[in-house]
Design a binder for this molecule. Structure first.
Ligand code: C2E
Ligand code: CA
Ligand code: CA
Length: 690
């Protein structure tokens, strides 16, 4: 069977069918030859016996006829008649002799025939009868019928009777032999039939056995192959693959093995790609998140997010290959600061995350400090010393989040806030509120909104109470969302500021407002629009240059625009803010302090700033008629501002009464004058009659 298994299935099938065919042919040939032999034997047997019997009967018959003729002769007196009878009798006796001779020959041919001694006796009796017969004939012719009669009765008739008796005995003996042989023949036939039956059953059993083994030899390995394929399909790549023979199934099994190995290698590669960061060889974000989720949660821990400062600058100045190598080196550097149990991953770009199991805030801060200090000595890339700074955000498990995504998001927010506040590190608890989840989806869409041109600029008049006309306005952004409709800035600007995306919005806004301004100035409309700046913009060293370039591009004098900076933006980094304000002021741009009174800025501080305008926050304007204290603050502020030569804008006046109370201000901006409106409407806007 082992040899069979070694053969190809097609050869195996051919062989078994050929074998079955040979078996069938052999059985058919054997039965055919059996039948032939039986037919032949029975035929020759029947032929021989029949002939023997016939010959014996004929000899008997002829002897009898001759004897009758002899009796007739005895009664025939006419010589002529006797002569014709003699001829007849001669013929009959000769015929009888011939029959006996032929019978003798036939019997002697079948060797061992028991009838031979009988035949010898018959021949002797025949001779005796012949002698007596001729004696009788002689007596008829010589001595007359009487004597012949006597002799006939005495000698010839007994000889004839003896001959006839013997001949009859032979006939019945031959009949008996024939009966026996027929019986033998029937037995032979039955035996041949049994033999054929046995052969046929044997052939069926052998054929079934062969078919069973053959089917087994094919089905078993096919089942094994199916099991292997199923295991592979279920992702079980450890399932053993049987060795297999040289046949087609063996080839299939080997192909499956190769396929499994290839899948295994590819899966490894995919896993590698999916989980490892190619640039640094560190785990990637997916791996980090999965590791955090699959670990048995410790009682507490911390996620540290490291964000490199000015990476895009380095990338720009030294080229991306150097930037890539720097990230690799930074990865190695960070890894060296950590223990084995602490996990480091590169999230994307210049952001790395560290998971510190069983670390509290103090330990996390200590590590963050170590990292910041370790970066004081520059990293060396291609013999080039590069100063690397980074900001760290810390989120604690479980206080700040119980899952990897939340922890990472909050650590990221902490790092961003730290950067905005110019601090080397910050814990999430120091950040304050996180953007509401509903707005998170908007954050993702903001970038597309900018490229799809979904942002709009609305203008709201700042009504000049001295000239009773609109001399200024404020540019306010809106988002014309394709699904959610017009989205107010409060729904996305805070997040744009938190994510730093505001750095892309402000340049667009500056460009758009300057384009509008240039266009309306050409028509003789000399209103000065104010653009809101965020803390990011203010702390961006390139801001002054960008504005100056844009002014040049739109052919506008610096005095054609105003910039609004909130009190809180100024307080983030007062020194740098002052620097920037000085630069902008020296260019001739008008500056305005927004939301005055909502924060902690004191007028004493404000007077050191090179600003032209102060906008009193709506909280003071709103309900001014009911809060005497508010009214007093506003009054003194206006007085002081006027002494400092600052224009005062009352922001958010909604009613005529509020407007009345503010007639000491220089300008009023509020719904009572006009709501923010699209450009076309703004250009045709007419101040309401006083
Ligand atoms: P903000 O700079 O204080 O702008 C004034 C806000 O007060 C505007 O809201 C304006 O529509 C609203 N306002 C004016 N008069 C009234 C009034 O009589 N009653 C009331 N209740 N509100 C009045 P808006 O347009 O929704 O803007 C909200 C804030 O979004 C702005 O406050 C500003 O901080 C920010 N923002 C708007 N546009 C921009 C932008 O282009 N850049 C930046 N960085 N911030 C922007
Ligand atoms: Ca404003
Ligand atoms: Ca304001």
């Amino acid at each position: 069977m082992a040899i069979l298994n070694g053969l190809r299935i097609s050869i195996r099938l051919w062989l078994s069918f050929a074998l079955l065919l040979i078996l069938l042919l052999a059985v058919a040939a054997i039965s055919l030859s059996h039948m032939n032999r039986l037919t032949h034997v029975s035929q020759s047997l029947l032929d021989g016996q029949q002939q023997n019997q016939y010959l014996a009967q004929r000899a008997n018959q002829q002897a009898l006829t001759a004897a009758n003729n002899l009796l007739l002769l005895l009664q025939t007196t006419d010589k002529q008649q006797r002569i014709s009878l003699y001829r007849q009798m001669d013929e009959e006796l000769a015929a009888s002799d011939l029959s006996i001779t032929l019978l003798g020959k036939a019997l002697s041919m079948s060797a061992g025939n028991s009838a031979l001694p009988q035949l010898v006796r018959i021949k002797a009796l025949r001779r005796l009868y012949n002698d007596r017969f001729y004696q009788t004939v002689n007596l008829i012719e010589l001595d007359g019928p009487e004597k012949a009669h006597q002799q006939f009765a005495m000698e010839t008739r007994p000889a004839l009777t003896a001959l006839l008796t013997e001949l009859r005995a032979l006939t019945s003996q031959q009949q008996e032999i024939m009966r026996l042989e027929l019986r033998q023949l029937h037995q032979d036939e039955a035996m041949a039939r049994n033999e054929q039956l046995v052969l046929a059953i044997g052939a069926i059993v052998l054929g079934s056995l062969l078919a069973w083994r053959m089917a087994g030899s094919i089905i078993r390995p096919v089942r094994e192959a199916v099991a292997v394929a199923k295991a592979i399909a279920h992702g079980n790549l450890q399932h053993p693959v049987p060795v297999g023979g040289r046949d087609e199934i063996g080839q299939l099994l080997r192909a499956l093995q190769r396929m499994r190995d290839a899948i295994f290698i590819r899966e490894e590669r995919i896993l590698h790609l999916a989980y490892q960061d190619d640039l640094t060889g560190l785990p990637n974000r997916t791996r980090f998140v999965e590791a955090l989720q699959s670990l048995p949660p410790p009682a507490y821990g911390a996620v540290l997010l490291f964000d490199m400062d000015r990476f895009s600058l380095i990338n720009h100045a030294l080229g991306q290959p150097v930037g890539d190598r720097l990230l690799g080196e930074l990865g190695r550097h960070l890894r060296a600061q950590l223990q084995e149990t602490q996990l480091l991953a590169r999230l994307w770009a210049d952001q790395f995350a560290i998971w510190l199991p069983e670390a509290n805030l103090l330990q996390a801060q200590a590590l963050a400090t170590t990292i910041v200090q370790s970066l004081r000595s520059p990293l060396v890339i291609d013999n080039q010393r590069l100063d690397v700074d980074g900001t760290l955000g810390i989120a604690l498990y479980p206080q700040d989040g119980r899952d990897a995504a939340t922890l990472l998001r909050r650590a990221e927010l902490a790092a961003r806030t730290a950067k905005a506040r110019r601090k080397p590190m910050l814990g999430f608890h120091e950040v304050g509120a996180e953007p509401a989840p509903a707005s998170l989806s908007l954050i993702g869409e903001m970038r597309e909104a900018l490229t799809r041109g979904e942002f709009r600029v609305f203008y709201q008049p700042k009504f000049n109470l001295h000239s009773q006309s609109m001399t200024n306005a404020e540019a306010l952004i809106r988002w014309q969302h394709p699904v959610q409709g017009m989205i107010p800035p409060s729904a996305f600007i805070p997040f744009a500021e938190q994510t730093g995306f505001i750095r892309e919005i402000t340049p667009w806004l500056l460009d758009q407002v300057m384009r509008d301004t240039a266009a309306w100035r050409q028509q003789g409309f000399l209103v000065v629009p104010a653009i809101n700046l965020s803390v990011h913009d203010l702390l961006d060293p390139g801001l002054a240059t960008r504005i100056s370039t844009l002014l040049g591009q739109h052919g506008l004098p610096a005095s054609a625009i105003c910039l609004e900076i909130t009190e809180s933006a100024l307080m983030e980094d007062p020194a740098q803010a002052l620097d920037m304000l000085k630069q902008l002021a020296s260019m001739g741009i008008k500056l305005s302090i927004d939301d005055y009174g909502s924060g902690q800025a004191s007028l004493a501080y404000l007077k050191t700033l090179p600003v032209n305008e102060l906008k009193i926050d709506r909280v003071f304007i709103d309900g001014i008629n009911v809060t005497a204290k508010n009214a007093a603050i506003v009054r003194s502020t206006i007085l002081l501002c006027h002494e400092l030569e600052l224009t005062v804008v009352a922001e958010g006046a909604e009613t005529r009464e509020e407007l009345e109370k503010h007639n000491k201000c220089d300008m009023v901006q509020g719904y009572v004058i006009a709501r923010p409106m699209p450009l076309a409407q703004f250009l045709t806007w007419q101040a309401p009659a006083a």
